[in-house]
Design a protein around this ligand. Structure first.
Ligand SMILES: *Cc1c(COP(=O)(O)O)cnc(C)c1O
Length: 413
């Protein structure tokens, strides 16, 4: 298996990218779904930003160094990765806040909730923050929130539904929804579709414009490697521009911010969705990360992450049944995002044991291990090795070893 993996690495068109990241030769990092890795020159780039931009231009940098335009410039770069023509993506705030914005905007585009069209449908297994935000928006707008299991979202689309808000790839088990079909079903009943692309951006060949998606939000610190807490993005389809009133009307989304007018008047297009001052240092770090991924075919990235997941699962299947290990993710690569989730009654000690053998994975209470295969820097050999080391540890009984028990590390997001 290792020999076959090495051969696949040798033929991998993305293999050269690994050397561009801060990752050791024997370092198996399977947590790119939580926090992507920095580029080798990321520290120099950050220092250069301070020296050559902030330190040189000072306040004039907002215009002279193009900081004011950065949320839209970087937004357009992300747009190219998600199948969005320029002028429809803005970067800022967090994914949760962007979802808040998108939900309000979508409700504004429907007739004010009436007794017959006042339902927000969310996928019940969605990321907790998405559920909290949807609950809050439903309450504020007098809507009913309906939590529907992922498999039943299609059937849940009826005339009562104003908005469908779902994650394309589930954060826990990596199950991928059919974005094309569900968007179409939502539109067929006069509802709008909002997609959370936190676990899809950078690992799927997304085509938002072609699918006529209404709104989308996503993370940049996961598979886009934008850096811890890097700002999120919002996609608003061009056909909705100028038709929604921002529910977070900030001064930089004003038609003329420097008029300092007491009354809000929306800027045209995607600009109305910008709220406050761009987080420039973080945006610059993200732009640097994107320079690398921009040249990568998303179809090739998707293909590679599917192959890695397949190789990993095939390795795990050799011993899973003997060790209470079960596959939580869909078995078919087409139905799965870029990570693979396994369950085991002693998953947490196993995560620690894997770390001691050079394999970083994440643990989700109570019993889940997630192995992410970020196509930019993960090798076929890593997929095979992480399965093999998990098998070795189980055979040794490491999950019962007191050295790996206890509460240990705090949680990671
Ligand atoms: C990671 C993730 C988020 C993160 O939200 P933040 O507001 O950026 O912390 C949101 N939604 C999903 C589905 C995620 O996986």
């Amino acid at each position: 298996m290792r020999r076959a993996a090495r051969a696949r690495d040798a033929a991998d068109p993305l293999a050269h990218l690994r050397a561009r990241f801060v990752v050791g030769e024997d370092d198996i990092y399977c947590v790119g779904n939580s926090l992507g890795l920095p580029r080798v020159e990321a520290a120099e780039r950050a220092a250069a930003f301070v020296r050559e931009q902030w330190g040189t231009h000072r306040v004039a940098g907002w215009n002279r160094a193009g900081w004011m335009e950065a949320p839209f410039r970087v937004g357009d770069t992300i747009g190219r990765l998600i199948g969005a023509a320029p002028g429809q993506v803005v970067v800022g705030d967090t994914t949760t806040l962007q979802l808040h914005r998108a939900l309000h905007a979508a409700l504004d585009l429907r007739p004010e909730p009436t007794p017959t069209k006042r339902v927000i449908v969310v996928d019940a297994e969605n990321f907790p923050a998405d559920l909290y935000i949807a609950e809050g928006v439903a309450e504020a707008r007098g809507c009913t929130l309906r939590r529907v299991p992922m498999a039943e979202l299609g059937q849940a689309m009826n005339e009562e539904v104003a908005v469908l808000a779902a994650s394309h790839v589930n954060f826990r088990d990596a199950r991928a929804l059919d974005m094309a079909e569900l968007t179409q079903r939502a539109h067929a009943v006069g509802a709008l579709a909002i997609w959370d692309l936190a676990h899809s951006t950078g690992v799927f060949d997304l085509q938002l414009d072609a699918l006529e998606v209404d709104f989308a939000v996503g993370c940049t610190y996961k598979y886009l490697n934008g850096g811890p807490g890097a700002p999120a993005f919002l996609y608003a389809n061009r056909r909705h521009h100028g038709r929604v009133r921002s529910r977070t009307p900030g001064w930089l989304g004003h038609r003329a911010p420097f008029d300092m007018a007491p009354d809000y008047e929306a800027a045209p297009g995607i600009r109305a969705f910008l709220c406050g001052t761009p987080r420039m240092a973080s945006l610059d770090a993200m732009a640097f990360a994107l320079e690398l991924i921009e040249g990568v075919s998303m179809a090739a990235a998707r293909r590679k992450s599917m192959e890695l997941g397949e190789a990993f699962i095939a390795g795990v299947e050799r011993f899973a049944a003997d060790h209470e290990l079960a596959l939580l993710s869909p078995r078919r690569a087409e139905e799965r995002g870029a990570h693979v989730a396994l369950t085991h009654p002693r998953a947490q000690p196993l995560a620690r044991a894997l770390a001691s053998r050079g394999v970083a994975v994440d643990f989700r209470a109570p019993d889940t291990l997630r192995f992410a295969f970020a196509p930019m820097y993960t090798r076929h050999l890593d997929a095979v090795e992480s399965a093999a080391r998990l098998g070795e540890l189980l055979a040794e009984g490491a999950d019962h070893d007191p050295a790996f028990a206890g509460s240990g590390d705090g949680p990671v997001t």
